[in-house]
Structure formats: C-alpha cells, structure tokens
Design a protein around this ligand. Structure first.
Ligand SMILES: [Mg+2]
Length: 291
C-alpha cells in the first residue's frame, strides 16, 4: 500500500453513485469518478443495502469502478477486494455474531413467526445477519410494522428495524439487522480497523439509511437528487446542528469551461470532493483535460 491515503471515499450506490433515479445524470460525471478511483492514493468503498452479488451486477451494468471494499447488506457484511475476488472481513462477522449470541437470520425468522402482509425476500437478498421482507402494496407497511415492533419488544432481541417504501414498485421494504450493524457502525469500524485518517474520509449518500452517516462527524455530501423531505429532516437534527460544516449539500457547479456538473449522483460526489478536497479535485480535473 503506497503511503497514507489522500481520500477514503465511501459512497452509497443506488441513486448516489448510480443514476437510477428520475433526474438526469451529467455525462462527464461517471468518467471523472472512474479517473478519481484509479488514483493510488484514493481508497473507494461502497456502502449499500445490496448484497455482494447485486453489487457486482450494478458494477457491470453501470460501469462503476471496482471498489477496494464493499460494506453490503446495510452494514451487516464487509468484503475486501482480494487477488481472487472478495474476502469477507471475518472480524466484523464475528463481532455481529457475538452481539447476536448465536442468533442468525434463520433463527430470528422462526422466533418472529408469521407476520401479516410480509413476504420474505429471496435467499440471495438475505444474509446471515440480515432478514428482509417485502410488503405489498406499500400502504400495508404500517400495519406490518406495528405487529413486528410488538413481536420484537416481546422477544427483547438486539435487532434494528429499518424500513422504507420503494415507490417505483409500491413495495414496503423491511430489514432486520443486529443493533451492532448499520452503515454508520460499519464505516466507523473499518476506518478504525485500518487506521485511516478520519480527516481524509468523505461519505456520499442520498436517502434514509444514509442519514446517520450524513450527519455524523465524518465529512459528507448529500447529492442534489435527494428528496426535499430528507433535506428538511437533516436540518432539524441535533447531530447536524452541532457540526453543520461537515455536511455539504451538492447543488451543481461548473468547475471549468466545458464541464458542467448538475449535483446529482456522481456529479454530487465530485462536488463533495471539490468542496472538501479542492487540491485533489483540481488535479483530477486538470489531469482529465489531457486524457
Ligand atoms: Mg441510495
């Protein structure tokens, strides 16, 4: 590993790095981001709700740079790029296993019993420490959540319940994870584990399960395609108010003639790099001119 990293870029995938939302993507954004990821002094980490298989599918489909690490399954798995594919960070798995005292997703499912309206997601979307359900149609989600919350409090299990609605398919999504696992906790762990300098970390995200990282003390950028609701929610949070300067709201900019970045998706990530690491961004844009 050459010297200290200059930037450790943690990014969410769907609608942060990948342009799979309603807004258009600036044409130069992903090519520039690929240039950034090629640098020896940049470490790239994906932080996603996707499992490893669906991360690989997205990399191929969207021609994304291959990351050095993947924090998958909403923080319940971590993989490092290795010579022959991916190596599970077993220290993280052991930590989750210890916290769950022998519980795993399969045993949790048994203990919960039947959940009205909930359908377990396909096996490839589950992990040893991630139990996930779909609820059709999305408006049935509150009823399922009430039932689930009651079951969880009866069982007194160290489980975090994460939910959201996928509006494109009108589906409620539920993830159950060990309380020790979240995107933020996994990022904290990996930064400490590798002794990376916190001042060189940047996180980029767009939605609900990115929220606690966006308002953490890590430098972060909210991409411009994030919803207005999320933006408003952030402004009210004490964590944000105590350190507002560590979060940048991308809005679109024109770093030089002929290069317009609209702040959405990869453009927003680059705008965050430009805001917090201007020298690095300058080198990237100048270098790109001559390619
Ligand atoms: Mg996202």
């Amino acid at each position: 590993m050459p010297g200290e990293p200059n930037l450790i870029l943690f990014t969410d995938m769907d609608r942060t790095l990948m342009p799979n939302g309603h807004q258009p993507e600036s044409a130069q954004a992903r090519p520039l981001l690929r240039q950034l990821a090629k640098r020896e002094d940049v470490i790239l980490v994906y932080v996603t709700g996707r499992d490893l298989g669906r991360v690989e599918t997205a990399i191929e489909e969207y021609q994304l740079p291959l990351p050095d690490f993947v924090i998958g399954d909403v923080g319940s798995s971590i993989y490092a790029k290795s010579a022959d594919g991916w190596a599970q960070e077993t220290a993280w798995q052991s930590r989750l296993a210890r916290q769950w005292h022998g519980l795993d997703a399969a045993k949790l499912e048994q203990q919960l019993g039947a959940l009205p309206g909930a359908e377990k997601q396909a096996e490839d979307r589950l992990g040893p420490f991630k139990l996930s359900f779909d609820v059709h149609p999305g408006r049935r989600l509150p009823e399922t959540l009430r039932h689930l919350e009651q079951r969880l409090s009866e069982l007194e299990l160290p489980v975090t319940l994460i939910h959201s609605i996928d509006e494109t398919t009108d589906t409620g999504l539920i993830d159950l994870l060990p309380t020790a696992a979240s995107k933020r906790k996994a990022v904290e762990w990996i930064v400490n584990h590798h002794h990376w300098p916190r001042s060189r970390v940047l996180f980029a995200g767009d939605s609900g399960n990115d929220l606690d990282l966006l308002v953490s003390s890590f430098r972060s950028v909210l991409v411009a395609n994030a919803t207005e609701t999320l933006r408003q929610q952030i402004l009210t949070l004490a964590d944000y108010q105590s350190a507002p300067d560590s979060l940048y709201f991308a809005q679109g900019f024109r770093p030089r003639e002929g290069l317009a970045l609209n702040g959405c998706y990869a453009s927003g990530i680059l705008e965050g790099v430009a805001h917090f690491f201007p020298e690095l961004f300058h080198e990237l844009v100048e270098g790109h001119c001559h390619v």
